[in-house]
Structure formats: C-alpha cells, structure tokens
Design a protein around this ligand. Structure first.
Ligand SMILES: Cc1cc2nc3c(=O)[nH]c(=O)nc-3n(C[C@H](O)[C@H](O)[C@H](O)COP(=O)(O)OP(=O)(O)OC[C@H]3O[C@@H](n4cnc5c(N)ncnc54)[C@H](O)[C@@H]3O)c2cc1C
Length: 504
C-alpha cells in the first residue's frame, strides 16, 4: 500500500467535463478506497454545446465499458468521418478533412509524394480520390472501420456527433448507477484554502453544506471557480492568432440527408458549423466580435439554416487560450475551466479525455509532489499549442481575398513551430512531426492541399517509379476504393440498423 493515498475526489461541475472525468476516474480507481463526488448547480447549467468529436473518443468509450452504438442510441448520435470545409480556400471551394489515410506508401515514401510527382507530370486526379473515408463521406455512406485492414487504403476511423445534454446525462447515469459516483446538487458560494499548504480544503454550498476532499477537479466551465477563482491562476489569451471570440447556436429540424460529417462553412466574419444528429441539426456561427455584431451574426445564421429553427439563438462568449497552469496544488482543471480552443476541429472533448488519462497516469498521493503537476502542465501545454497551430493553419491558409478578417489572417505572424512546418511542406511536401500532436500527417496534408498550399517540388525518392508505373498503381488504388465503397451502407440506414433513438 502506498503511503498517504488520496481518499476523496471532489469534481466541481456536471457538464461534459465533470461527468467524463467522474466515469473514467471511477472505472480506473474502482479497486481503490477512494470516494468520488460530483457537485453541480442546476441553477447555473452547462454550456449546452459541444456536439462533435474526433475518433479518440472511441478509446474513452472502451475505457468506461460502453460501445459507440450505446452512446449514439442514448444521445441521438450520428457518425462523423471528418469535416467538410466549404468556402475556406475561396468562395465556392470545398474539401474534406477525413479521419483516414490517403493512398498507400511505398519504399518508405509517403503516398502524397507520388501524387505530387504525378501532378507535376500533368495527372489532375485530386488527392481526395485516394481516400476511402472521403469517398464514403461524400456519398453519405459508412462502414465499420476494419480492425486489421489488408493495406493502408482501408485505414480510416470514425468519431461520433451527439446531443451534448444527453451525453452528460448518459455519463451521469453510468457513473452514479454503475460506478459508485456520488452526486450532489448545490451552488458553491465559497472555497476555503488550507492556511499552510495553500491547498483547497473545502467548498461551501449555498445551503451551508461544506464539502471537503483531498483532490479537487475543477470542471466548472468558463468560470474556472477553483483554479482561476480560488487559486488565482492566470489565463493566456490567443486572440491574436485565433480571431473568433463569440458564437451563436440555433438547432434546426433535420432535413433527412444525415451526412456522416461536420460541415464548416467560412463566412465573412468567421465560420458556420452544421452537425446533423438524429433528432435535429446543430448549427452555429463562430465569429469575431471585431468584425460583426451579435445581431448581424444571429441574422446571418438564421438566413443560412436549412430547416426550421427549433429554439431561440444561444449566444456564447469565449476567450481562446488556456490557464497558465492546469494542475496547481491539489486542483486539476479539465474542460472549459482549463482552457478553450475554438470548435473548428472539435477538440475540447478530446482534451478532457486526455486530461483525465494524464491525471491517472500521474496520480498523486496526499503530498502532491509538484513534479507530477509540472509534468502534467508541460505536456498539456504542448498539446494545446499543437492543436492551436493546426487551427491557425486553417485561418492562415484561407483564400478569401478582400474580407478584412480573412486578409488579416493571411498576414498573421505565425508561431515558429507552425512556420517551420509550413516551410518544410512548401519546399517539397515534407511533413514535420512534433511531440504531443493530436492531428497526424494525413490531417495536416488534407489542410495543406485543401487550402491550396502546395509544395514547389516533391521528394526525389519518388522518382524510383516511372510516371507510367505510378499511373497504373494509382488507377488500381482508385479501383480498390470504388470496390470497397460499393460494399458500404447509407448512413441513415446504418443508424437505423444499429443505434436509432426512436424517442426524438
Ligand atoms: C460555441 C462552442 C462550440 C463547441 N463545440 C464543441 C464541439 O463541437 N466539440 C467539442 O469537443 N467541444 C466543443 N465545445 C466545447 C465543449 O462544449 C466543452 O468542452 C464541454 O461541453 C465541456 O464543458 P464543461 O463541462 O467544461 O463546462 P460546462 O458545460 O459549462 O459545465 C460547467 C458545470 O459547472 C457547474 N458550476 C459552475 N459554477 C458552479 C457553482 N458555483 N456551483 C456549482 N456548480 C457550478 C455547472 O452547474 C455545470 O454543471 C464547444 C464550445 C463552445 C463554446
């Protein structure tokens, strides 16, 4: 037995972050004598958005012992094969960021190098033609990602899209009914610190109840009640790199098309999301308040809805960035209490997941060795910065000439790590990989190519094959993809068969 183990965890907040943390901590610590409690205020409520995810979410589902289909059924969920970007490379443009690979590599040379060589020789076939995932998505078809695909052509994954409120409820039921998590409703009005250590000792509820714990997990949303509030940890703002600071969301009636992806359409002062669920379509306009007023943003979103609105507009303000530290003393912040990267690539939920995993990997005892917090903060900081750079690329590479917000984005002074990545890709398609990247080469490739940031040359090793040899090989790849697509199922039919929620 380790000395002085943590005996109690208090999770402050019952949104997606609070319940994701509660379920995974309870599952992994089930044989430890630790009590886990979630406290939330029904008067404050949750942020109420956060509907799209990335494929890593499937690891989370497995870790807490649920299947994709169970989650989707409980949350009116749909599948997501990637993100369609409309009008980012210029009005009328469109490309897809798939959750899968392009083509097959050969002799240690990535496929896109052969594609670049063929392109230089006059072959006009788009990169997307070599992505099974893109082909499926464009047809609104899906199939189960294979566990052991015969070659790289079959490699893809899916994520899910869900109703955020139903997702938190699903996790709450799982955590409280099966995993022994305690649930308290009440408004926290005060926090006390231990005089010597400066650790959080307890929180006090409006009705006078005092809740003590060894470890506090701050999932209180943008308020950051414990880390930002009680412990006074500051915030790094990234607005100079990522211009949007507001969003308006309006759900609309489903139009029956059930696309298996999120759509992001660039607009003059930001971009609009479209996330089809079983019972409704989630829509939102993420915008820069320096370039459009709230009223204008609401009107623009209303005008773009493809079905009747199902609710009044929900306005949200945010500051892209993160706390100076994520773990301080005996408090770890997760979710919006830790930071927020705007939802362009749906990365907040995955950051919650990796945060809980990291907390478990560095789980403290009651002495809270500062080295553990330091390591947690070092990695989390890098993880945020890598995602930030991926998002900046979306804005920086835009082709919307003559619109003030977008013109300013093309002139951005980039973080050096990103500038280096872009230089290397532009020189001859070389992909630079850093530690703690959430998005791998194919994701970066889809953005570089989709935004038209093509290299001037290609890897000389691609010249191992003649143009004729490559032409034949690439034709066979397209044929193999077409054969696989022929075995796929329309998304709507797939949902109906595996995870339809008939209550919507
Ligand atoms: C416009 C927008 C779009 C987004 N889209 C996506 C997306 O597509 N994909 C994605 O991954 N993420 C997305 N996100 C982020 C996502 O919504 C959040 O990461 C996720 O919902 C987690 O929120 P949370 O649990 O940290 O905070 P919240 O949902 O705000 O929950 C905070 C909790 O703290 C409690 N609380 C606060 N103060 C007190 C108090 N004094 N006493 C007691 N309890 C208190 C509240 O009751 C609530 O339960 C989006 C965010 C925004 C703003």
């Amino acid at each position: 037995m380790n000395a002085d183990p943590v005996r109690s965890i208090l999770i402050v907040g019952g949104g997606t972050a609070g319940w994701m943390a509660a379920a995974l901590l309870a599952r992994r610590l089930e044989r430890q004598p630790i009590s886990i409690t979630v406290v939330e205020s029904p008067d404050i409520g949750t942020v109420g958005v956060g509907e799209a995810t990335v494929p890593a979410i499937r690891d989370y589902f497995r870790a807490i012992g649920v299947t994709d289909y169970e989650v989707m059924k409980a949350t009116q969920g749909t599948l997501k094969l990637g993100v369609e970007f409309r009008d980012w490379a210029g009005p009328g443009s469109s490309f897809f960021h798939p959750f899968g690979l392009y083509g097959t590599s050969s002799r240690g040379v990535a496929f896109h190098q052969y594609w670049l060589k063929r392109r230089a020789e006059g072959d006009a076939s788009p990169l997307a033609d070599y992505s099974l995932c893109t082909e499926l998505a464009m047809r609104h078809h899906v199939m189960t990602p294979p566990d052991n695909p015969p070659n790289e052509l079959g490699v893809f994954d899916w994520a899910v899209q869900f109703d955020a409120g139903l997702y938190a409820r699903f996790l709450r039921d799982k955590a409280t009914r099966e995993l022994g998590v305690k649930h308290i409703e009440g408004l926290i009005v005060d926090t006390s610190l231990a005089p010597e250590s400066g650790n959080i000792a307890s929180v006090t509820l409006g009705d006078g109840r005092v809740l003590e714990a060894d470890l506090f997990v701050d999932c209180s949303g943008f308020r950051s009640l414990l880390l930002g509030g009680a412990l006074g940890v500051g915030y790094q703002d990234w607005i100079d790199w990522l211009p949007c600071d507001r969003a308006v969301a309006i759900p609309s009636e489903p139009d029956g098309s059930l696309a298996p992806f999120t759509r992001s359409t660039a607009l003059p002062a930001g971009w609009q999301w479209r996330i089809p669920l079983q019972h409704r379509v989630g829509n939102g306009y993420v915008y820069s308040s320096r370039h459009i007023s709230d009223d204008e943003a609401v009107a623009a979103l209303r005008a773009n809805l493809e079905g009747a609105a199902l609710a009044e507009p929900h306005l949200l303000r945010f500051r892209t960035g993160h706390r100076d530290r994520f773990w301080h003393r005996n408090c770890v912040a997760l979710g919006l209490a830790a930071g927020f990267l705007e939802p362009l690539e749906s990365t907040s939920i995955t950051l919650i997941q990796s945060g809980v995993e990291r907390l478990l990997a560095l789980f403290p005892n009651q002495h809270f060795d500062p080295a553990l917090a330091e390591e947690f903060n070092r990695i989390t900081m890098l993880e945020y910065a890598r995602i930030r750079d991926f998002l900046i690329l979306h804005y920086y590479g835009n082709g919307r000439i003559g619109e003030p917000m977008w013109d300013a984005c093309r002139a951005l002074d980039l973080p050096e790590a990103l500038a280096h990545k872009i230089r290397m890709f532009r020189s001859r398609g070389t992909m630079v990989r850093y530690e703690w990247e959430s998005f791998q080469d194919p994701s970066w490739l889809s953005m570089f190519v989709g935004l038209g940031m093509l290299p001037d040359a290609y890897d000389p090793l691609a010249d191992h094959f003649s143009g004729e040899q490559l032409e034949g090989a690439m034709l066979r790849m397209r044929e193999a993809i077409a054969k696989t697509v022929a075995l796929s199922t329309p998304h709507a039919e797939f949902i109906d068969r595996h995870c339809a929620n008939r209550q919507g």
